[in-house]
Design a protein around this ligand. Structure first.
Ligand SMILES: *[C@@H]1O[C@H](CO)[C@@H](O)[C@H](O)[C@H]1NC(C)=O
Ligand SMILES: *[C@@H]1O[C@H](CO)[C@@H](O)[C@H](O)[C@H]1NC(C)=O
Ligand SMILES: *[C@@H]1O[C@H](CO)[C@@H](O)[C@H](O)[C@H]1NC(C)=O
Ligand SMILES: *[C@@H]1O[C@H](CO)[C@@H](O)[C@H](O)[C@H]1NC(C)=O
Ligand SMILES: *[C@@H]1O[C@H](CO)[C@@H](O)[C@H](O)[C@H]1NC(C)=O
Ligand SMILES: *[C@@H]1O[C@H](CO)[C@@H](O)[C@H](O)[C@H]1NC(C)=O
Ligand SMILES: CC(=O)N[C@H]1CO[C@H](CO)[C@@H](O)[C@@H]1O
Length: 765
């Protein structure tokens, strides 16, 4: 073992001296943690043990060796009948194990199901497989994921997620927790405790305060909590680095508390522009001009604090202008700014690489080609790594000639705000990665996923990451079939058909619309919405029917939980579509002043909310109760629980003191449907019906005010407790709802059946 390691070191040395590996591998090697192979082996072994249990995991032997090709794994069978998985690092070993699990044993994991029960008498097939990642870097996370999905997680949830990341082959992510460092830096500089408190946002809003968008909202952030977060992040980092993953840490982007101008009145600041109409108390902090000496002072203090607490993999992220306009529109200014920021990193770590989210370049007229080129080329080539943040819909790498030579990661930004709704662009992901790799002189060095929130559409993340590892286009037909088979652990034509139908409908999006999860059920009611679907909803109905009929063949001990999860999701999806359709009909009834029809359809919509609540309540992954309980559990002390609950509720609903980005992070969850979405629509239906009957027009201004004061704002301050355990039998509830909503399709009051084609499948005259 030791000998192999020394040989590996020699190889590594050769590589570090730049002897011809190409920019991607060289950069990835530069960032790789120097964890010893036996530590990585132990970590990979532990992952396998958690996934298949101690008994089955004895059938696998792991070995980390740098004699293998960079980011590759090799699977062989030993004479003992055990399977040997060798990998370049711990992550590659885990990826190899996942490959064997999914493509040899035909079983798979999911975010919600990280434990796989293998048969006791399992004979492991003898295979020899060698595979190398086509992506030197596989990236995961978005700064927002930490607030929308990870906000309340403890080490248990993180453990499962890191295991999952390793199985997918993910090699780079971020670790943005930094409040304890700021607390220290600001105190050291002379800010008072109150001034710091006014700056730091609450536990559900840290992502946007870190980016300079808001300040203080949802606070105070207690010292005790800052300390707990710091310890948690240290555990997370250790777990990741033990597997050989690298982690990018935060660097200083320039945003500081307004009170800094009291201490340093002569420094050159600009006021950050208002973000989403947040009031002064919670927005518009200061931005220090990067060439001002104060920038360096703060940057150095901060980054030293970060590295001292969290170590370093030579990669730091910061986004000075995320959804914020730079103060000066001149290429020379942009060049000097970028250079100053990178230099501030180099002062602490001479080998620093700057990780930048390319989001600011998307659809922003400020960033002309000249401005972008000046900004991007101010940093030595290879020392800036750009996340092309939403490559499946708004790629920027073409427009910038591959970021003027700076390495970039092709990313799928599949989700905003952690909203639910089946959705994805399977074909575009498959072919988009190919196109980016084949572009002449492409500087692509990896593939990533950058969801604002996780916990939905698992299939898309699984697809994008496998595509990222793979050198070739995936055969999507086969891939989706195999997905169905491994998901439920049973080889069945009907189940495969379910996923083909979904693939060709919900997962076939190709539009340029911004998908933000705002469907009729979750949007604030109004008469001027235009819901749309890009697919034929009959496919979803058929998929649902097939899924319901598969109940008897799903293996109870292993596939059933994920089967129930999918049943809840598809029922939810069909109700979501039906609500859009009901809405179109309600609008037409109003326009035609058909009071009775309006009330009839309104009662159906309320029935739909009842059904939606019932099906969601039966699924363990669709409960508001869990989100709130997790938030309260994360509170450092009993007296902080109320504010943590406020944070958790406000983020999902009003998102701000006055509904600034109301419903941006909406969730189709049990509890939220019942106490937030349904009451809004009930108010609306009453108001409109009243207007119709009294021969008045509906006053939308008055309604908005009423719904804000009666539902949207009060929700954040409530403290009702919701179940954390599912209720009812999912299959029976789903079947019952299926019968009802299939029946409504024959209803003559539904004049606008533009989404669901009733005639063919259901035999309506
Ligand atoms: C596994 O298959 C390979 C290639 O066919 C063969 O050489 C080897 O002996 C087999 N190993 C075992 C343990 O069956
Ligand atoms: C302050 O910075 C701005 C750019 O943000 C620059 O235009 C201006 O000249 C600077 N002022 C001083 C006094 O350096
Ligand atoms: C690719 O790079 C080479 C060498 O710099 C250059 O000669 C060539 O024109 C480039 N091709 C394209 C399509 O940009
Ligand atoms: C939707 O699919 C059904 C069944 O395949 C088909 O009969 C119908 O014409 C389709 N509707 C539209 C709008 O494409
Ligand atoms: C609508 O309601 C608003 C607020 O209550 C009120 O100021 C306005 O006059 C009303 N408009 C009409 C046309 O009644
Ligand atoms: C919610 O509570 C906060 C204080 O905790 C208060 O300032 C705010 O006005 C309350 N909002 C509503 C809508 O009751
Ligand atoms: C606002 C409104 O609905 N006005 C209607 C009141 O009733 C008269 C007569 O039926 C209609 O002509 C108006 O359009």
């Amino acid at each position: 073992m030791r000998k192999i390691w020394i040989l590996g070191l020699a190889l590594l040395l050769r590589v570090c001296l730049g002897l011809g590996l190409g920019m991607g591998p060289e950069l990835a090697m530069h960032l790789a943690p120097n964890t010893l192979p036996d530590v990585q082996e132990a970590a990979a072994r532990a992952v396998i043990q958690r996934v298949i249990g101690p008994r089955s995991s004895k059938l696998f032997i792991v070995e980390v060796t740098r004699l293998l090709e960079f980011r590759s794994f090799q699977i062989t069978m030993l004479d003992s009948g055990q399977i040997l998985i060798g990998g370049w690092d711990g992550v590659s070993v885990c990826k190899g194990f996942h490959h064997y699990l999914k493509y040899v044993l035909n079983r798979d994991v999911d975010w919600f199901k990280m434990r796989v029960e293998l048969p006791t008498n399992l004979q492991l097939p003898n295979v020899t497989i060698h595979s190398t990642s086509a992506s030197p870097i596989l990236y995961h996370q978005n700064v927002c994921t930490w607030s929308y999905s990870f906000a309340w997680w403890g080490i248990e949830q993180w453990r499962r997620h890191i295991d999952w990341m390793a199985l997918m082959g993910i090699s780079l992510s971020i670790a943005p927790v930094q409040e304890a460092v700021w607390q220290e830096v600001y105190s050291q500089l002379g800010l008072s405790a109150a001034e710091i408190e006014a700056h730091l946002a609450g536990p559900a809003f840290q992502a946007w305060q870190r980016m300079g968008n808001i300040r203080g909202w949802g606070g105070p952030l207690k010292l005790e909590y800052q300390r707990l977060q710091e310890l948690l992040q240290q555990d997370i980092l250790r777990a990741q680095r033990d597997l050989g993953m690298s982690v990018a840490l935060p660097a200083f982007a320039g945003h500081v508390p307004t009170a800094m101008s009291r201490l340093y009145p002569k420094a050159n600041y600009s006021a950050v522009e208002r973000w989403n109409s947040f009031p002064d108390a919670y927005c518009c902090g200061l931005f220090i001009e990067p060439r001002d000496p104060l920038f360096d002072l703060v940057a150095t203090l901060f980054l030293r604090g970060v590295v001292q607490r969290y170590g370093s993999n030579h990669i730091f992220f910061c986004d000075p202008f995320n959804e914020l306009q730079p103060p000066v529109a001149q290429p020379e200014y942009m060049r000097a700014t970028a250079a100053a920021i990178h230099n501030s990193m180099r002062r602490v770590d001479p080998e620093a690489v700057w990780l930048l989210q390319g989001w600011m370049f998307v659809k922003n007229i400020f960033w002309t080609d000249a401005m972008m080129e000046a900004f991007l080329t101010a940093v030595p080539i290879g020392r800036l790594l750009v996340l092309d943040l939403q490559s499946e819909q708004f790629p920027q790498y073409q427009r910038t000639d591959s970021y003027y030579g700076q390495p970039f990661v092709w990313c799928m930004l599949h989700n905003f705000g952690g909203t639910l709704g089946m959705f994805g662009s399977a074909d575009l992901v498959n072919t988009g990665i190919e196109a980016a790799r084949r572009m002449p002189n492409s500087s692509i060095v990896g593939v990533g996923i950058t969801p604002e929130g996780i916990g939905q559409n698992y299939v898309m993340y699984s697809l994008a990451l496998e595509r990222g590892w793979s050198e070739h286009n995936l055969d999507l037909d086969r891939w989706f079939r195999h997905f169905a088979r491994t998901r439920y652990g049973v080889d069945d034509e009907g189940l495969q058909q379910v996923w083909q139908l979904l693939r060709h409908s919900v997962y076939s999006f190709r539009g340029l619309q911004k998908m933000r999860g705002g469907y009729t059920v979750t949007r604030r009611p109004a008469l001027n919405q235009e819901p749309f679907t890009w697919y034929n909803a009959t496919d979803v109905l058929e998929a649902w029917e097939l899924l319901l009929s598969a109940r008897a063949i799903i293996p109870l001990e292993d596939g059933y939980a994920i089967y129930e999860h999918d049943l809840v999701d598809i029922t939810r999806q069909y109700l979501q579509i039906s609500a859009d359709q009901l809405y179109d009909n309600l609008k037409s009834a109003y326009r035609k002043r058909q009071g009775n029809r309006f009330e009839y359809l309104g009662s159906k919509l309320l029935q739909l909310f009842d059904d939606l609540e019932r099906i969601l309540a039966s699924g363990s992954n669709f409960l508001l109760g869990t989100w709130l309980a997790d938030a309260k559990r994360a509170a450092p002390s009993a007296k902080d629980k109320a504010n943590f609950e406020f944070n958790a509720r406000n983020q999902l609903t009003a998102w701000g003191p006055d509904a600034q980005i109301v419903d941006y992070a909406c969730k189709q969850w049990s509890g939220l449907v019942w106490d937030y979405y349904r009451p809004r629509w009930a108010l609306f239906l009453d108001d409109v019906a009243l207007a119709l009957h009294s021969n008045r027009s509906f006053n939308s201004t008055a309604f908005r005010r009423r719904v804000l004061l009666e539902v949207e704002l009060p929700f954040s301050n409530k403290s009702d407790v919701y179940p954390v355990e599912p209720m009812g039998n999912t299959w029976f509830i789903s079947q019952n709802i299926y019968e009802r909503w299939k029946g409504y399709l024959r209803d003559t009051q539904f004049l606008h059946n533009n989404r669901i084609s009733v005639n063919l499948k259901l035999g309506v005259p």
